[in-house]
Design a protein around this ligand. Sequence first.
Ligand code: C2E
Ligand code: MG
Ligand code: MG
Ligand code: MG
Length: 283
Amino acid sequence: RAKSDGRSCFRFFDCGMDDQVVEAFRMKADLRTALQEGQLKLHYQPLANLTTGDIIGFEALLRWTHPELGQISPVTFIPLAEETGLIVPIGEWVIREACREAARWPNGLKIAVNLSPVQFTTGNIVEVVASALAWSGLEASRLDIEITEGVLVKDADGALRILNAFKALGVHISMDDFGTGYSSLSYFRQFPFDKVKIDQTFIRDMETNPQSRAIIRAIIGLAKGLDVEILAEGVETEMQIDMLKRKGCELIQGYAISRPAPIEQFDDIVGGRVDIDLDQRAA
Ligand code: C2E
Ligand code: MG
Ligand code: MG
Ligand code: MG
């Protein structure tokens, strides 16, 4: 009996299941030990101020090197970590690791960390953040928590309680990927954001698509009126930089400044020895 069950199970995998489903199944299992085995690492991507030419901080972005499958994108494994609940311990490690790293940086550089909606509904995220700050010695005002609309849609009251608790700690809150989901204007009245990050899909085609340009202009106008900081994500070209500058967008992030990389590659930036060269980009 047991033997034939095993065989039918195998047949199920061989013929019935899509390769991607099998791979996702395997990744979920392997993700369980990835943290303990040291396969997870943070990369960092600079955030730049176009007006002053300063790098103001970095966003921490999770990377997984699987022993056999190699680099797996967070776009693939974060949803698996969310489904299995592993995002809770993994996310806690990310916060502690990012705070520990940023606490060493001079010059008040900021650190931005992404939180999953699952971390808002499972465990005690406020305690996790408070204890990471205390443990690392990082000033709360140097930590930026990035959330997506998913957090607000599911349980607005619960989310508001948590965001207010973050504000009470002195942590800053950024609305990530803005413009892609519901993007309700009432979010800004309801929730205490310090910064809005315009989703990269609008930046990507802003040179050719007037609709994207109009949306970017509207988001910038809204943010200015509400005294919320504005950052454009996924900035790749000089032309995009010039257009954003003209529209009054001060902060940018993207390959035009730098790709995400291990922090060791940013020694000069962290040490305050380089700024971005705006004259060279002004053309
Ligand atoms: P995100 O938070 O919106 O992060 C920005 C993503 O855009 C990153 O992708 C970054 O590498 C990419 N990017 C930055 N500049 C450019 C550019 O100029 N061009 C293009 N094409 N892409 C650019 P990445 O690192 O693959 O991360 C994808 C998403 O995975 C993140 O989007 C975030 O939602 C999620 N993620 C990453 N790390 C974590 C984490 O520690 N926790 C959670 N919950 N989610 C994470
Ligand atoms: Mg982000
Ligand atoms: Mg984003
Ligand atoms: Mg994104």
